[in-house]
Design a protein around this ligand. Sequence first.
Ligand code: BG6
Length: 473
Amino acid sequence: MQHQQLTPFPQGFMWGASTSAYQVEGAWNEEGKGPSVIDHAVFNAELSDFKVTSDHYHHLQEDIALFAELGLKTYRFSISWARLFPEGTGEINPLGVAFYQRLIDLLGQYHIEPLVTLYHFDLPWALQQQGGWSNPETIAAFEEYARTAFRLYGDRVKYWLTINEQNMMILKGEVIGTLPADTPDPQRALYQQNHHMMLAQARAMIACHQMLPTAKIGPAPNISCIYPATSRPEDVLAANNFSAIRNWLYLDLACFGRYNATAWSFLKEKGYLPQITDDEMALLRQGKPDFIAFNYYASATVGADSAKDKPESGAANRAVDQQMAGIDRSVYVGVDNPYLQKNQFNWYIDPLGFRITAREIYERYRLPLIVTENGLGAFDELASGNKIYDDYRIEYLRCHLEQLQQAISDGVEVMGYCPWSAIDLVSTHQGIGKRYGFIYVNRDEKDLKDLARFKKKSFFWYQQVIRSNGEDL
Ligand code: BG6
């Protein structure tokens, strides 16, 4: 049903925008920062690396002033764990501490609420060398780091996110994960890592509630609804399986402290079961989120195993794989969705799927939601006079916000919306050329130019959206 009588966006709605440390800060080895797994990743040589990115570290004042001009009520950023703890644990880096103090203070001056991600893909390299998330000691290191962040910044930061897209780190372990190369039995190892991250998250949530009783904390997975290829029961079952493995495994553990039964049976069937203890399960039950943050870019469509022999269209497969990641084809096969458009990078555009996703999450967990990523990656063109006419991005965001308001009218409790990204940054997989920001950063893949900031057309559009509390979309 399409509501004609729309429920307005709530008063105090957290209109925001997002970034992550390794994609925006630059200064990868400055002022005491230790290396992270990102600094050791092997990149496509044609694309930008993560050394300078948008050089936000050296443009802090200017960037936050621009965010204030944009009208942001909230800014979601991540702390670089290795900037605070160059070795991942132990000695703290005072200059790293000071950088985030400055950032948070600046946000305070402009009355922008910080929404802080503790960990966004960039595990300190020192920890990775000791086995990363395969090593249970990383759980304690994460708790120490989280407690430090709460102690340092908890007087001004009320909203915390634990781990960004843990599900993508597991499902796409070979690309963004922390599995050491040549690990035997990689899938089993990834699900053991997953269990360790879940424990780390639970400990951080417990610590947050102990140390900062008025603060709120939640997980930030990438969740999307899964469509069956047809109404054939086998396809519906495949979609149901994939949703359990891709979505609910992570949120059931975070919210209910138990393994999703379907996902568990998949792990058992495949021989991927993690080692777990009763005490650990008790800990998982104890750590509770206050809200659910989720990132949404696209829906996925899958069919059953028996479609295995049918050729898949290359483009469709890529579109599915980009966001959906590879679990084995005995559980699902990605198929094309002829009802949806794709962006320049073959990602589906599905605003209605956004509404469906929000409803599914809310019905399942009954916790307030906040959208921590949603956006359109595109090759923006710098026109004369340093103008960027990104009408396609406005269209994408407008359609998604319309559906978010439909979801709110359906009764879903939504606290805020933080599209990706506040400012151009280096895409996790596809360089700086794949831009998402409201603010253009003047650089190319290899040529850093002057790193000047230009407001895109979408900047002025979003400014008006915020000003009108979502009435003028
Ligand atoms: C999410 C990540 O997976 O998607 C971001 O949290 C990432 O870090 C975003 O940038 C978009 O993906 P990509 O590959 O286009 O940068």
